[in-house]
Structure formats: structure tokens, C-alpha cells
Design a protein around this ligand. Sequence first.
Ligand code: ADP
Ligand code: MG
Length: 247
Amino acid sequence: MTQILNVEGASKSFGGVVANEDISIKVNQGEIVGLIGPNGSGKTTLFNSIVGTHIIDGGTILFEENDITNFTIPSIARLGLLRTFQKTKIYGDINCMKNMRISIPHEEENILTMFSKIPPEEDRRAEDLLKFVGLYEKRFLRAGELSFGQQKLLEFAMALMNKPKMLLLDEPTAGINPTLINSLIERLKTANKEFGITLLVIEHNMRVIMNLAERIYCLAHGKLLAEGSPADIRNNSKVIDAYLGAQ
Ligand code: ADP
Ligand code: MG
């Protein structure tokens, strides 16, 4: 098994709040790994540290053979490591196709001239990915008019435009209806199996994460509490006390 992400002893504090303390996690190429834990346990902070939103206080982060510790967000994205957000980051005032076009990495700074320079094959890829997430019919609708669940599917498709090697998904199913949850799970599995994208997923919905992940890490109070298969995690007394018991 080839390792794709290796976080070694990552620590991050905000003033007096220790959000992450000496956290080590590893993800292998092609895996789907879950990250769970109570609210405030440091999950989003860990994502932010991995993708370059935060400067970490200690530890190292390797992506493939690259030491990306405290690299910038764009330089990490260029290596093929991207994230999506707990609350989506789409552009509500423009249509879905334009959102897809904006998500392609560009040298071009000026957003007005940028649209005219997009090669037709990129537009076809955008259409194919919108079909993949079930939003093709809505491609000329303003993204702000989509339901929250559809916006999350759009954000997922926008991330796929970048041909990532690995995606970090922050609560992808939060706030979306059960039908869309099932279709999102299927699409995540397809992205993993057919496009070969490694996934690290923060998720509160236990049914979803037990069904999706091959391995799960559990955080509590900014520290790593447990790691194991879904069955191990479900039966781990520390995890039950800190998290599952409260579900
Ligand atoms: P989770 O995603 O598991 O709910 P977070 O990583 O968002 O947890 O938060 C962990 C802790 O760090 C919380 O106490 C939170 O208030 C704090 N925290 C997170 N981000 C910031 C920030 N930018 N500034 C100050 N405190 C933060
Ligand atoms: Mg969070």
C-alpha cells in the first residue's frame, strides 16, 4: 500500500484553545477514511492545517513525497490535494456552468477575460461532471437558486474539475435531505473507485460514515482518541463514551 497523506504530530492552538494536539494520521492511496468526533474536537482545524489554511505550531504533513507543512493553499491544490467546506463555497450569483469554469486553476487573474479563454474541452468536462452529480439540467440556473444539497453536489463537481488526487470533505451530507444523501454517497464511491480519488471525510452521520469509510479516526478534545475499522470504532468504549453515546 502506498501512503498518500501522512500527518505527523500536528498541533494547532488559537490563543489559549488547543484545537489540535499532536495528531498523527495516515491515509493510503485509494482509501476512503473517515474522521469523526464531537463538535469542537478539532476536525475542521485538522483539515485547515492539511490544506494550508493554517500555519501549524508543530508537526509535519507529507503529501505523496512532498513535505507540504505550511505550504500555501494554491501550491497544495496544484499538487492535487483539495477540500470542500462544511458550509459550501459556491458563487450564488452566477450559473452552475460558470461556477465550474471558475473552479479550474488559472494563470489568468482577470475574471472577465478568463471566461473567454476556457478551452471547449474544459466546458465539455464541466458538463460531464454536472451530469455526474445530476445537475446538468440546472447548468444555466444561478447556483444560489439550488437547494443546499444541490449546492453541495455542485461544490463536489467543482472540486472534481481540478482532477484532484485526494479530496478532504467536511461534513458533505450535513443539512441535505435523505434522498440526496444516498446519491451523494454513491457518487463519492464512484469518484473513489472509478476516478481513483482518495477521500478523507468528516461526517456526523454514523450510517453514512460506517457505510463509506474503510477506516475511521476519532478525535476528542483536540486529540486522537481511536483509529480502526468501522466495526472497531463502533465497539470502542472510549469512542462510545466520548461521542457515540451522545448520538
Ligand atoms: P470541529 O470541526 O471538530 O467541530 P473545530 O476544528 O472547528 O472543531 O474547532 C476546534 C476548536 O478550535 C474549537 O474550540 C474552536 O472554537 C476552536 N477554533 C477553530 N478555529 C478557530 C479559529 N479560527 N480561531 C479561534 N478558535 C478556533
Ligand atoms: Mg467542523
